[in-house]
Design a protein around this ligand. Structure first.
Ligand code: AMP
Length: 249
């Protein structure tokens, strides 16, 4: 069985982002970039399935700038076997990424397609769902447990009201939630080994995808500053403030 994992290069989760002076976007100068944390969980899950003897090959894919090779190498250090970078400097949207992934799925024919539940840069949470729609395949988003059987995969999903178990036939699109696993620390020998693993570079045109995204970023602003809170000394005072000052009850 083959697994394909989509990973995105994003600003590291520990970085406090700054907005460019012209409000055109986030300032990425000298900012640490990493694998999107949910994508790392997706890679780890594929590696665990390989260690259990269920998956025989893990292909990692990223769509983005040349520098995304760093995140592909890190994913291969975690245990991915080979990588495909679809290189573009354009600001492409979720639908374009899903179209590229669809073309790669049709070429590579993986049974299991793992993605993160969302990318922490734009919190879009769309690519997995769009990919499954384009493929006409089943989807299990927000996975917290994956059990592969011979002709299907059972996924426990985290939903608002609790947990939901779904069964999907192959190919199955699954997006990883936080509790699916805890990615391992990568060891130096694995980093060295990953340098020699195959990484092919393609273009959007190779997969027949146009860059002409229908989304345009108009302006990026910092969130509004929160006013300082006030301490109340009793429940009565709190109720009074909520009723007469905040006017919410
Ligand atoms: P999003 O829908 O943008 O929040 O992203 C959800 C997931 O889709 C990510 O965790 C990745 O697995 C995948 N994805 C999004 N953008 C890319 C990209 N540029 N390259 C590869 N995978 C991506």
């Amino acid at each position: 069985m083959k697994a394909l994992v989509a990973v995105k290069r994003v600003v590291d989760a520990n970085v406090k982002v700054r907005i460019k002076q012209d409000n055109s976007g986030v300032d990425l100068t000298n900012v640490k970039m990493s694998i999107n944390p949910f994508c790392e969980i997706a890679v780890e899950e594929a590696v665990r399935l390989k260690e259990k003897g269920i998956v025989s090959e893990i292909v990692i894919v990223s769509v983005g700038a040349k520098e995304s090779q760093e995140q592909l190498r890190s994913s291969m250090a975690l245990g991915g076997d080979r990588s495909i970078l679809v290189e573009t400097n354009d600001d492409i949207g979720a639908l374009e990424v899903a179209k590229v992934l669809k073309a790669i799925v049709l070429e590579e024919k993986p049974e299991i397609i793992l993605l993160g539940k969302q990318a922490i840069d734009d919190d879009s949470n769309q690519v997995g769902q769009m990919l499954s729609a384009l493929l006409g395949s089943g989807q299990a988003t927000f996975a917290s447990e994956i059990k592969v059987e011979s002709d299907q995969v059972q996924v426990i999903r985290e939903i608002d009201g609790g947990l939901q178990t779904v069964a999907l036939t192959f190919p199955a699109v699954i997006t990883a939630d936080l509790r699916l696993n805890e990615p391992r620390y990568v060891k130096l020998p694995d980093i060295m080994k990953a340098r020699k693993k195959p990484l092919v570079v393609k273009t959007l045109a190779d997969y027949g995808v146009n860059t002409g995204t229908k989304l345009k970023t108009v302006r990026v602003d910092n969130p509004a500053e929160r006013k300082a809170g006030v301490r109340v000394t009793s429940v009565d005072e709190l109720v009074d403030k909520l009723r007469h000052e905040a006017k919410v009850i």
